[in-house]
Design a binder for this molecule. Structure first.
Ligand SMILES: CC(C)(COP(=O)(O)OP(=O)(O)OC[C@H]1O[C@@H](n2cnc3c(N)ncnc32)[C@H](O)[C@@H]1OP(=O)(O)O)[C@@H](O)C(=O)NCCC(=O)NCCS
Length: 328
């Protein structure tokens, strides 16, 4: 097994800001309700011209620049998203072409909010096995195109954005490296978060459009409970599998879902709050983009020192959940 190292990270957030006060003008809600129930203050929205591949490209370019690699060095481009530009071709194909990654394979990965964590595991497998050397992974979403801005249960939660990472084969004995992964799924909970129409189960037509079935539907309370229990399982599993205690973890980067989810988890597993990175107040839930955006920001703010143990945890539609453990 070859060591897998992080060579670069990047993030892109569209400029347009949608505040809680803006949402007060759109649905029956209040800034106070949203703050108290979620911790979210504002989120970003892609411009009319921007699709998921555009957000991805901006984050990817930054990660590639930091890595010092050329686009031709990439062996794969993987985009984790549930909001692709098109059903086909993949969003990754657009990013591969625009970057000039002429030697790379390109494919999308759909594991909803866990998509980036799944991608990091897949990319690590390609590299550690010796099949590939350099892989670009991106978590990117343009959720605003699939959110029903007449539904107060969902429209307050989500935002648009992209985060990227370049992973490479490291030198033998590299200390900074990817250490462990754990991925899970339970399709029995498929209907807790879904876009009911537009796929092969329920093809798009005038009746599906009239019924607003091309937007996300979500059973918020059930998803909340799942988020808390899966995050607890992920932390406990990471500790157990790697013989770590709470004190050994320097930074946890959770999926940026809801401040109350994180609070509930920390009541059960007493990780000091300053070792859990949160930016959901500014961006809301950006699904597959949330973990890589947070990681990039945490690194940029000096929250990660060489040798730090970093745990990325995510959970979401599918249902899916998983973690990646890294030594920075
Ligand atoms: C959606 C969520 C914020 C709702 O918070 P909650 O405390 O569970 O609230 P409930 O669903 O119990 O609703 C409580 C009340 O607030 C109302 N409400 C819902 N959204 C509201 C809003 N935006 N503004 C004001 N009131 C709202 C509900 O209608 C309900 O009213 P009722 O009691 O009269 O029926 C919360 O469940 C959550 O964050 N779930 C996880 C969602 C998520 O992150 N999904 C993506 C997963 S990766």
């Amino acid at each position: 097994m070859y060591p897998v190292i992080v060579k670069g990270t990047g993030a892109y957030l569209p400029e347009r800001v949608l505040t809680n006060h803006d949402l007060e003008q759109m649905v029956d809600t209040s800034d106070e309700w949203i703050r108290q129930r979620t911790g979210i203050l504002e989120r970003r929205l892609a411009s009319g011209e921007q699709a998921t591949s555009d957000l991805s490209f901006n984050a990817a370019r930054q990660a590639l620049e930091m890595s010092g690699l050329a686009a031709e060095d990439l062996d794969s481009v993987i985009i984790a998203t549930v909001t692709p530009d098109y059903l086909t071709p993949s969003t990754a194909a657009f990013v591969q072409h625009r970057l000039g990654a002429v030697k790379a394979a390109a494919f999308d990965l759909n594991a909803a909010c866990t998509g980036f964590v799944y991608s990091l595991c897949v990319a690590s497998g390609l590299i550690s096995s010796g099949i590939q050397r350099n892989v670009l992974i991106v978590g990117a979403e343009t959720l605003s195109r699939f959110v029903d801005f007449t539904d107060r249960n969902t429209c307050i939660l989500f935002g648009d954005g992209a985060g990227a990472m370049v992973l490479s084969r490291g030198e033998d004995g590299a200390t900074s490296r990817v250490i462990d992964h754990y991925l899970r799924a339970d399709g029995g909970g498929w209907d807790l978060i879904t876009i009911p129409a537009g796929g092969s189960r329920k093809a798009a037509g005038p009746s599906t459009v009239d019924a607003r079935e091309h937007f996300f539907t979500m059973q918020g309370r059930e998803v909340f409970k799942f988020a808390v229990s899966s995050m607890i399982e992920l932390l406990e599993t990471a500790f157990q599998r790697n013989s770590l205690s709470v004190e050994d973890i320097d930074l946890v980067i959770p999926h940026q879902v809801n401040y109350r989810v994180i609070e509930s988890v920390l009541r059960k597993i007493p990780i000091p709050a300053d070792r859990v990175y949160l930016n959901l107040d500014r961006y809301g839930n950006t699904s597959a983009a949330s973990v890589p955006i947070a990681l990039h920001e945490a690194a940029g703010e000096g929250r990660l020192k060489k040798g730090d143990i970093v745990l990325l945890v995510a959970f979401g539609g599918g249902l899916t959940w998983g973690y990646n453990l890294l030594r920075w």
